[in-house]
Design a protein around this ligand. Structure first.
Ligand code: SF4
Length: 490
């Protein structure tokens, strides 16, 4: 037995009865431990890696191999060829859109990166290898694996089971998918990083990304700081807006009952979530009550977070620890109201019902401004100039047509560029000189180029023959190109 359950719950297992059901239990990455178990069946002096087994009716932990674990680039592609994949049944779950995506149908599973590049959240198992050891693989290897899995399973749906997929690698994977003209569907888990701009979200979408899930946790800036999540509610709102506008479904993991959380903060957190659903920038979510886990920073140093664990003698699963916290609030009383209101919000209804009505006990009035989330979305990232940004032109086919415009008896030679997009046809009029430059630039920088042109290079090239690039770059026609995904700034 290996995988998530033993890795988190069975690290101190010592009850021999478990071995009536399993011969070996391995911890953390499984490739080398399983290979050594296989070899041990024939070896005289077997070696093991992070493996529990039974000797003389005692549970023993063996880690006596000096062999190094396989690197992520060496582990190869999962091989499903002996499984009758088409005979598996689908579990159909309809209430929650993300859970439905997860369990209805089959997804090929891959990881972009082992572990979490952030690795700081105080409730998370960051001391364990599956989070702690961060090791990404290259976009090329990953897309090779995608192609191999399509060939062997005939299926083009991919679930990247990352703890938090890194945005820069997601960008490279998306570009590689587009360069190879693959048509796939994929989704993954992320952190709501600032780097998920509108343009990156759009690139992910056209590479086949249909959904992302990420932790908003407690939607409160004070508690997000304590969690060390590295995001604010405003930032999450902007990022989820970007994904939503690109057509990517967003699921938020929500939390209540974090140590020191007050009733007021739970109500305010619910109000933030209500506003996000009402604004249409979240499509799915799930409330989890905070659990104190043994391998998280809070579990390792509970006194620093104001919680007191209830110590118990445990011989089997040890992960969730009972505790008392200094607020003495019974957070579980909020469970029903939080879940019921969320169920309504994710169906797009009952936003106007007062928060009090979701609960059968008196709750404090929210202190969150009714326009808080709306106002967070007013900041427009399109009007920033970063010379190092990479420029992508995903669409290379367009129709050009000369048009003469007359204004105050003076005629101007213009060019109309028409793009046939997936959902609309876009025609944009530019001065002839600018249109010629843009067409040449699009043609000489196809997405297939492994080195993408930067915004600064684009500016330098433009200003060789014309002046004031910024005036052009922030003009209405260019904004239309950007809003329609004809020019992406990454
Ligand atoms: S909660 Fe997510 S983002 Fe935070 S450390 Fe864990 S895996 Fe990383």
């Amino acid at each position: 037995m290996g995988g998530g359950f033993p890795n988190t719950e069975l690290r101190e297992v010592n009850d021999p009865r478990v071995f009536e059901f399993f011969d070996f239990i391995t911890l953390d990455d499984g490739e080398l431990p399983v290979e050594l178990i296989f070899e041990s069946l024939k070896a005289e002096n077997p070696e093991f890696k992070r493996t529990f087994l039974l000797e003389n009716n005692q549970v023993v932990y063996k880690n006596n191999s000096s062999k190094k674990d396989y690197r992520q680039s060496e582990i190869g592609t999962p091989d499903y060829t002996d499984l009758p994949l088409h005979q598996y049944i689908s579990v159909i779950e309809i209430a929650n859109p993300m859970h439905s995506l997860w369990s209805d149908g089959r997804w090929n599973k891959l990881t972009m990166a082992h572990g979490c590049y952030w690795g700081k959240c105080t409730f998370c198992d960051i001391s364990l290898d599956y989070i702690r050891l961060y090791e990404p693989i290259s976009a090329k290897i990953l897309v090779d694996r995608i192609e191999e899995l399509i060939a062997t399973t005939g299926e083009t749906g991919f679930h990247f089971v990352d703890e938090a997929a890194p945005p820069a690698l997601m960008r490279e994977v998306a570009l590689e998918i587009l360069r190879r003209n693959l048509v796939i569907t994929w989704w993954t888990n992320i952190r709501f990083e600032k780097s998920f701009t509108a343009d990156l979200s759009y690139l992910l979408k056209i590479s086949g990304c249909v959904a992302v899930s990420g932790g908003l946790e407690v939607a409160s800036d004070r508690l997000l700081k304590l969690i060390k999540k590295g995001v604010s509610v405003a930032q999450v709102a902007q990022v989820t807006r970007n994904f939503t506008e690109a057509g990517i479904m967003v699921h938020a993991y929500l939390m209540y009952g974090y140590p020191t959380q007050t009733e007021q903060e739970t109500v305010d957190s619910l109000e933030m979530v209500r506003q996000m659903f009402e604004m249409g920038i979240l499509q799915s979510g799930f409330w989890h009550q905070f659990a104190l886990t043994a391998h998280s920073p809070i579990g390792l140093k509970p006194e620093e977070f104001g919680v007191t664990p209830v110590q118990k003698e445990i011989t089997f699963a040890n992960n969730d620890i009972e505790f008392t916290d200094e607020t003495n609030i019974d957070h579980s009383k909020f469970s029903f109201g939080l879940k019921k209101s969320l169920f309504n919000y994710l169906h797009g209804i009952n936003f106007e019902i007062p928060l009090q009505d979701w609960f059968e006990f008196k709750i404090p009035k929210t202190t969150v401004d009714p326009n808080y989330i709306h106002d967070c979305l007013l900041d427009d990232e399109n009007f920033r100039f970063n010379g190092n940004s990479k420029i992508v032109f995903p669409i290379k086919d367009f129709i050009e047509e000369g048009v003469i415009k007359t204004k105050k008896n003076i005629s101007y030679q213009n060019t109309k560029l028409t793009f046939h997009l997936k959902t609309n046809v876009l025609s944009i009029l530019l001065q002839e000189e600018k249109a010629t430059w843009l067409m040449k630039t699009i043609k000489s920088n196809p997405i297939q180029h492994s080195k993408l042109i930067t915004l600064q290079q684009l500016k330098d090239d433009y200003e060789e023959t014309m002046d004031d690039f910024e005036l052009f770059w922030f003009s209405k026609p260019v904004m239309q190109f950007r809003e329609n995904g004809i020019i992406l700034v990454l």
